[in-house]
Design a protein around this ligand. Structure first.
Ligand code: MN
Length: 243
């Protein structure tokens, strides 16, 4: 019998039904790119629905082999000690609480985490970091990070990768990525290091110090992984570390 594949938990988003038989009905969902990327990387994806139940979160953490923190809406600034500024977008505070508790529980159990877009921001906040609520508030910000191309796999800007980092082993010194964000990390959490930035100095990648199984990126590799082997390798790494 073939060896069992690692189970990768994908944190779910909350949707609200608009046009259907059940307007206003809430949904648990993830975009298919995330689960397809995990499958292509050799893992078994399972969706972890938002909950505030600590026992359920603990059991999720115990039963998965690795965690993929998915993208989504803005994070409640109260989570990192700030009042909301005018340009902050839509928030789902219960998802923030769920994912902060989940990522901490998973890291506590020394299991790997790959965090994408909102995910890198959640992981940073969970360990005491902060965000720019909108890139307009980042003094260094000059580039367009909400890309003009609607085709999600298109390259939008260049990311420069720190020598000696784990991401450098995948991409080398620079890589072109897509970009779909209006927030970004401001202060990086203690215990994490910045390993990738865009040309205007916006943080695009972090890794846990001394532990390359905990990685986050600000772009959306899951939307590029079907055509780009380097992007797929990010997911293969998560699956390998989860084995
Ligand atoms: Mn960007």
């Amino acid at each position: 019998m073939a060896e069992k594949k690692p189970i990768i938990g994908v944190s779910a988003d909350i949707g609200v039904e608009e046009a259907s038989n059940f307007p206003g009905h809430r949904q648990t969902f993830v975009y298919e790119d995330y689960v397809k990327a995990v499958e292509a990387a050799g893992g078994v994806p399972i969706v972890l629905p938002v909950t505030r139940d600590e026992e359920i979160i603990k059991q999720h953490a115990e039963e998965i082999d690795g965690l993929l923190l998915s993208g989504g809406v803005d994070i409640n600034p109260l989570e990192y000690g700030e009042e909301p500024l005018e340009n902050q977008g839509a928030i789902f505070p219960e998802r923030d609480e769920f994912e902060i508790a989940l990522v901490k529980a998973v890291i506590e159990l020394e299991k790997p985490v790959f965090a994408i877009c909102r995910g890198i921001q959640i992981m940073n906040i969970a360990y005491g970091g902060t965000l720019y609520q909108d890139l307009e508030y980042a003094p260094e910000h000059t580039l367009k990070h909400q890309q003009g191309s609607g085709r999600p796999g298109d390259e939008s800007h260049t990311v420069f990768v720190e020598k000696g980092s784990w991401l450098h082993g995948i991409f080398g010194e620079e890589v072109r990525t897509n970009s779909f964000h209006h927030q970004a990390i401001k202060d990086v959490a203690a215990g994490f290091k910045v390993t990738a930035k865009s040309k205007d100095g916006i943080i695009e990648g972090i890794e846990k110090e001394g532990d390359c199984s905990i990685v986050g990126v600000q772009w959306h590799p899951e939307r590029m992984a079907d055509e780009r082997d380097d992007m797929l390798r990010l997911f293969k790494h998560l699956v390998k570390e989860a084995s």
